[in-house]
Design a protein around this ligand. Structure first.
Ligand SMILES: [Zn+2]
Length: 532
């Protein structure tokens, strides 16, 4: 029954990346639990149809079995190695973002990446791992089926298992089954089709966003002074869970310790979801004038037209928020650090991974820079938003002693994610400070919307929804301004001390412009949180 070996080998190719990624993405507690076995078992079962389909030719034309397995190995094993390498480096399986960078990255960039990240010895090792199974395959004797019925039974069994795959392929609007399509035999084709489709839609959106240039600029900062303005866009961070806002837990200890971060209360987003909120936040569009979303450029275009080199570094899913991605696409430099797959969105990298790239960006020789940092913040699952050493809050939160232990645990992880974001923001400010005080610099942090983490109803509401309530729309707003910038703009310093008691996030573009000391006919100072 030597047919079993090639089939077993094919089954193993689908199994390895799956078991490795599941093991890497789970916490130690879950690994010890039966959840791991159940998840792997369920996901692996879903790959069976593909495995069966790929195995069918072995039975149909057994005399070519060896050649077929060798071909399969050469075509697909590199993907298994890449998947495992990806999980090793980023903690998640390859997703659309990975393929997106793979498909759009040119060869020069790839070569540079290889030079920078791997030594020759490492590549030799990878090549050896890639080719070693071929040597083993050589010793498998050609497959023969003496009794005809054995062959028929194998073929029948494999065809039967493959039926759901064929059926699913023709099903219109079939429910997305990530683990089903993410096995090496389907993954690259599936993602290529998905990429072509989404990239096409994105390009159309970017083209539709060709608004006239912004003009008539004046600047409070002299042309010969170097400038860096940083905009940190957070995610699902409820201001009511910030200690600066009066929360009982010390979630802002890191920005507190800096001593010169201005924290603003009373800021509300109009929406509880990323897209509708950010569409207004980073453009001139408002609820009253939604058309400005496309008739005027975004804040990225604004700063570009004002003569800045604009960077957009994102730890958010790159292609999902298409309107935002289209606007970010206008930046001079755009990089995405969230390599999670669709299902593995839960296992995106921590926001701290933006830090090294941010520091490199600060060294960019351009004299006038604006850096956007789009963070994953407190997106659920909260527990996946911070490294283990930032697991900090234990037991019941003050005033929340009546919550169930599961809800208490959830609340603790949410507060941990808020505290970790505070650390990341403090690190960004520190990176600016470390460069001395020769440049005019500013940093602003706000969240796209809030989150109801057992704030209004006890244990009933968790997350953010269409029905936006106070916790879902209360957002943090923090600002840091360098001493050099302060010295150049004394009138602004006076305004900085008196933020508006109530502020709508849809006017945020005016605050960003205000911080940069720019003025033009599109800017309305009264709409800045530090106006008039
Ligand atoms: Zn959001």
């Amino acid at each position: 029954m030597s047919i079993a070996y090639p089939i077993l080998y094919i089954a193993l190719m689908a199994f390895l990346p799956l078991v490795f990624s599941t093991a890497r993405s789970m916490s130690r507690e879950k690994l010890r639990d039966r959840v791991f076995m159940k998840t792997v078992g369920k996901d692996y079962l879903r790959t069976f149809p593909t495995v069966a389909l790929v195995s069918l030719p072995l039975v149909a034309i057994p005399q070519f079995a060896r050649g077929y397995v060798v071909a399969l190995h050469l075509v697909f094993m590199w993907m298994v190695i890449m998947e495992i390498g990806h999980v090793w480096l980023f903690g998640a399986r390859m997703g659309l973002n990975t393929f997106y960078s793979l498909f759009v990255t040119n060869m020069k960039e790839t070569a540079e990446y290889i030079r920078n990240n791997q030594t020759k010895a490492q590549w030799a090792l990878i090549l050896a791992i890639y080719l070693a199974p071929l040597a083993a395959l050589w010793f498998i004797r050609p497959v023969t089926f003496s009794p005809r019925w054995t062959r028929a039974a194998w073929g029948g069994a494999l065809a039967l298992v493959a039926i759901p795959l064929v059926r699913n392929f023709f099903k219109k609007g079939a429910k997305h089954k990530p683990s089903y399509v993410l096995n090496p035999f389907v993954s690259v084709f599936y993602h290529y089709v998905l990429y072509r489709r989404q990239y096409g839609a994105l390009k159309r959106q970017i083209e539709a966003h060709a608004a006239p240039r912004f003009e008539g600029f004046a600047s409070e900062i002299p042309g010969d002074v170097r400038e860096t303005h940083v905009v940190c866009i957070g995610e699902s961070s409820n201001a009511m869970h910030h200690s600066y806002h009066g929360y009982a837990r010390r979630t802002n200890e890191f920005t507190d310790a800096l001593g010169d971060v201005v924290s603003v209360r009373g800021v509300r987003s109009q929406y509880a979801q990323t897209l509708p909120s950010l569409e207004k936040t980073i453009t001139f569009a408002t609820d009253a004038e939604p058309g400005l979303l496309y008739s005027k450029g975004s804040v990225v275009d604004y700063f570009k037209d004002a003569g800045f080199k604009v960077f957009w570094l994102s730890n958010q899913y790159a292609l999902e928020d298409t309107a935002i991605t289209a606007m970010a696409g206008h930046a001079d430099v755009r990089k995405c650090f969230n390599f999670s797959s669709m299902k593995g969105f839960e296992t995106a990298g921590y926001d701290g991974t933006l830090l090294p790239e941010f520091k490199r960006t600060l060294e960019d020789p351009a004299p006038k820079k604006v850096v956007f940092l789009h963070m994953i913040g407190s997106h659920s699952a909260y527990v996946n938003r911070y490294p283990a050493e930032f697991s900090h809050f234990r037991g019941a939160a003050p005033g929340k002693e009546h919550l169930s232990s599961a809800a208490t645990e959830m609340l603790n992880t949410y507060d941990d994610s808020i505290r970790y974001t505070d650390w990341v923001i403090a690190e960004f400010v520190k990176a600016l400070k470390e460069r001395g005080d020769t440049d005019a610099e500013s940093l602003v942090y706000f969240s796209d919307h809030g989150e109801d983490c057992y704030d209004t109803t006890d244990g009933k509401i968790l997350g953010h929804s269409q029905l936006a309530n106070l916790p879902m729309t209360s957002v943090p707003l923090q600002v840091w301004v360098s001493p050099k910038l302060k010295s150049l703009r004394p009138a602004f310093v006076a305004r900085l001390a008196k933020p508006k008691p109530e502020y709508r996030l849809e006017d945020m573009i005016h605050t960003m412009i205000d911080l940069s000391g720019r003025d033009n006919p599109d800017f309305v100072r009264e709409k800045s949180v530090f106006g008039p």
